[in-house]
Design a protein around this ligand. Structure first.
Ligand code: HEC
Length: 81
């Protein structure tokens, strides 16, 4: 399951390890980065609660419901990357 494009389309413009200053991150919380699967999994529940409540992405709607569902499946079944 390849969820990286979904994170790239929705999250990494603010949450990415190569974005350092709060300016670059648009103030996204430090330590929450979605450019790697490990990082996304390390806060799986928080990731989903932000998405399902519509709080993230902060600047837009989530791309599609299908994309959101893909993230849900990936986080909940702990399957291959
Ligand atoms: C436009 C920039 C932007 C985008 C895009 C974005 N975020 Fe955020 N994120 C923020 C900011 C700013 C905060 C700091 C808390 C706040 O302002 O709500 C944050 C905080 C968070 C937090 C920490 C919440 C907490 O309670 O500490 C999580 C988890 C998170 N974002 C997940 C995501 C996920 C998952 C995506 C993609 C679906 C995403 N964000 C997309 C800007 C963004």
């Amino acid at each position: 399951m390849d969820v990286q494009p979904v994170f790239a389309g929705n999250c990494t413009r603010c949450h990415a390890s190569e974005l350092v200053t709060s300016d670059e991150r648009s103030d996204a919380t430090e330590g929450f980065d979605y450019d790697s699967a490990e990082a996304a999994r390390s806060s799986a529940w928080l990731v989903w609660s932000q998405i399902s409540s519509g709080r993230m992405p902060k600047d837009a709607e989530f791309t599609t419901a299908e994309d959101a569902l893909l993230v849900w499946e990936w986080l909940s079944c702990d399957g291959p990357e």
